[in-house]
Design a protein around this ligand. Sequence first.
Ligand SMILES: Nc1nc2c(ncn2[C@@H]2O[C@H](COP(=O)(O)OP(=O)(O)OP(=O)(O)O)[C@@H](O)[C@H]2O)c(=O)[nH]1
Length: 360
Amino acid sequence: MDWLWAGARSQASVTTRRKIMQVNLGAAGVALTILAYFAYYQWSGNPALVRTGWAQLPFVLGVPLVWRLNAQGRDQQARWLVFALAMGGTLAAVLAGIGTALGAHIYFLLFAVLTLAFFPLAQWRSALVLSLCNALIFLAFDQWGWPAHASLQALPAATQKSISQSLVVGCITVAIALTALSEWAADLNEQRLLALADTDALTGLRNRRALLEALQGEVARARRSGRPLSVAVLDLDHFKSVNDHHGHEAGDQVLRQFAELMRRELRGYDTGGRLGGEEFVVLMPDTDLALAVASIDRLRAALAARPLAWIDEQVDMTVSAGVACLSAEDEGDGSDLLRAADLALYAAKRDGRNRVRTAL
Ligand SMILES: Nc1nc2c(ncn2[C@@H]2O[C@H](COP(=O)(O)OP(=O)(O)OP(=O)(O)O)[C@@H](O)[C@H]2O)c(=O)[nH]1
């Protein structure tokens, strides 16, 4: 799927991402249409159709270039190129053998409409120029026509009619497929953006915003069900010295490796996230204080037992944690619970680090 995202990932604007993905899809549509007709024309054995297939084929070669231009951030050129390929391919087909008698030039009408969808609003002039060009080419062919190759004209009227129908059906199918696919791509894009908004870029864990939102949800759930909810705040010990001795990159790597350890060690229904800096949080629904402490202590022990790796060096790391539990009698909300866990964390630091303490 990388070809679809090529260039869209790095864009800040949702609209630009969407347009880039549409162009990438459009390029795939051009390639598939040309290849499908190529196969059909070769199979027919009619010299005019065979010629038409070969005349269109070179335009497929430009499709990877569209994806590449998008990947390089040259999305405007990519947009023009995809239309140049589609228009060039159709023009070659009409002029090389199929002519206008069978209605192949209807594709120019399709391009006239698609242009308006593929160009962002900010480039409406380009879109309009290209759309008008396509509409004019269609009208010119429709008015004056272009003769088909003799061998096509020699085909029985019924065969000519079915080819003509297949071209119209093909045109409609391409339009529907591209519209549906671009909606699907936009949807994927939106889901991806939503996920990104909840994700900490460095560790891939939930970020502060998502954690606080999940915490409020879990508190409400715990209140409804009367089940306990535990929260742990964890802070890597003397993390500053990792940055100071090994550099900021090493610090980042340590944070990523700790996040990986959290994923491995935590239970499936716990939610881990990074609150910021070297501070992490674990939400443990349906978990009383004793069970939560045991769970977090297992994570602490796993980190203490295994140095983290940074290039050829080993970084000994430990973590301190504070755990608090919301029981049915407690009145406080999510922030109170987090504050209690934070106070317990300070106690763990004060008592010598590399330990788990609980809120009173
Ligand atoms: N590499 C890296 N460092 C970070 C990041 N966020 C915060 N830091 C650093 O983390 C360090 C935190 O240092 P302190 O708050 O003094 O805590 P500590 O050294 O872990 O000491 P204790 O918590 O008392 O054990 C600071 O030097 C920050 O610059 C990050 O995303 N990457």
